[in-house]
Ligand binder design. Structure first.
Ligand code: GUN
Length: 286
C-alpha cells in the first residue's frame, strides 16, 4: 500500500513557494502579506494559527496574527476586517473558524474582500468555483487535489465518493473532483449524515474522500479493494490525533491512502501560502 505523504509533498511545495516569493519581491519590491484573525482561546485553532505563522515566515511571506478576546463584539471584528481590506501590504485575510457563538461567521466571512479571501469561503469565490471560473479555492480540498496530482493518481473517469458536505471541505471538494480536467473529471457522489446506505455507496468508490469529523468511522469493510483513500479528518481523542478512517484493516485493502497526521493537514497550510502568493500576484498586476 502506498502512503500518500502530505508532509513531504507540502515541504517541497513550500520550498518552491519560497523561491517564488523571493522572485516576486525582486520584481515588485514588496512581498506577500497575510493577516490571520483568531478570536478566543480554542486550543486547536491556536495550534493551527501558530503553524500558519511559522509556515509563512519560512516562505518569506509577511504574516501577522490578530488575537482577539472571545468577548470581542461583532462590530469590532468587522472594523478590523475593514482595516485589513484597506491595507496595501496585506494581500490575504484568514478568519480562523470556529468563531465564538455570539459572532455571525457568515457575515464576517462575507466582509473579507473576495480578492483577499485566501480561504476561498466568500460567496464570490465559492460561486466562481461552482461556475468553473478562476478564483481563490478553499485550501483543504485544493490540497487534496494537488496531492493526488503529485502522486500521479488521476480520478478522471473514476467513481469518487465524498463523505461529508461541509462548506470548508466536502462541498468544494466534490466540485473540484467533478470539474473537467486531467486530474479531476470524476463521477462524484456526495454522502452525508442523511445517507442511509453509506457502506454500500463507499464500497463503490475508486477514490474515497472522508471528511466527516468522526474518529475512525470508515472501516475496512466500507472500502473497495484497490481504492485510493484520502482521510481529511483530524480528531483529537484520548489516544491522540486520529483521522476519520480506522486504519487497522485498511492498510491491506486500499491501494493508497493518506496518514493522519502527515497527510492532508500539511497540504492545507501549503495551499494557504499558495493562495496568498496568488492573491498578491492578482493585486499587484492591477
Ligand atoms: N478551521 C478549520 N479549518 C479551517 C480552515 O481551513 N480555514 C479557517 N479559516 N478556519 C478553519
Amino acid at each position: 500500500m502506498l502512503i500518500l505523504d502530505g508532509k513531504a509533498a507540502a515541504a517541497s511545495l513550500r520550498q518552491e513557494l519560497a523561491g517564488e516569493v523571493a522572485a516576486l519581491e525582486k520584481q515588485y519590491g514588496s512581498r506577500p502579506g497575510l493577516a490571520v484573525i483568531l478570536v478566543g482561546q480554542d486550543p486547536a485553532s491556536q495550534v493551527y494559527v501558530r503553524n500558519k505563522e511559522r509556515a509563512c515566515h519560512e516562505a518569506g511571506i509577511h504574516s501577522e496574527a490578530h488575537r482577539l478576546p472571545d468577548t470581542t463584539p461583532q462590530d469590532e471584528l468587522l472594523a478590523l476586517i475593514d482595516s485589513l481590506n484597506a491595507r496595501k501590504d496585506i494581500h490575504g485575510i484568514l478568519l480562523q473558524l470556529p468563531l465564538p457563538k455570539h459572532l455571525n461567521s457568515q457575515l464576517c466571512l462575507e466582509r473579507i474582500h473576495p480578492e483577499k479571501d485566501v480561504d476561498g469561503f466568500h460567496p464570490v469565490n465559492m460561486g466562481k468555483l461552482t461556475l468553473g471560473l478562476p478564483g481563490l479555492r478553499p485550501c483543504t480540498p485544493k490540497g487534496v487535489m494537488v496531492l493526488l496530482e503529485r502522486y500521479n493518481l488521476s480520478p478522471a473517469g473514476k467513481k469518487a465518493v465524498v463523505v461529508g458536505r461541509s462548506n470548508i471541505v466536502g462541498k468544494p471538494l466534490a466540485l473540484m473532483l467533478g470539474a473537467p480536467g486531467p486530474f479531476a473529471n470524476a463521477t462524484v457522489t456526495v454522502c452525508h449524515s442523511g445517507t442511509p446506505n453509506l457502506t454500500e455507496v463507499c464500497r463503490e468508490a475508486d477514490f474515497l474522500f472522508v471528511a466527516m469529523g468522526r474518529p475512525r468511522c470508515i472501516t475496512a469493510d466500507m472500502v473497495k479493494a484497490g481504492a485510493v483513500v484520502v482521510d481529511v479528518g483530524i480528531n483529537r481523542t484520548e489516544d491522540g490525533l486520529c483521522g476519520d478512517c480506522d486504519y487497522s484493516g485498511l492498510m491491506e485493502k486500499a491501494a493508497a491512502m493518506t496518514p493522519v497526521p502527515g497527510g492532508i493537514g500539511p497540504m492545507t497550510i501549503a495551499m494557504l501560502l499558495a493562495n496568498t502568493v496568488q492573491a498578491f500576484q492578482q493585486q499587484c498586476a492591477c
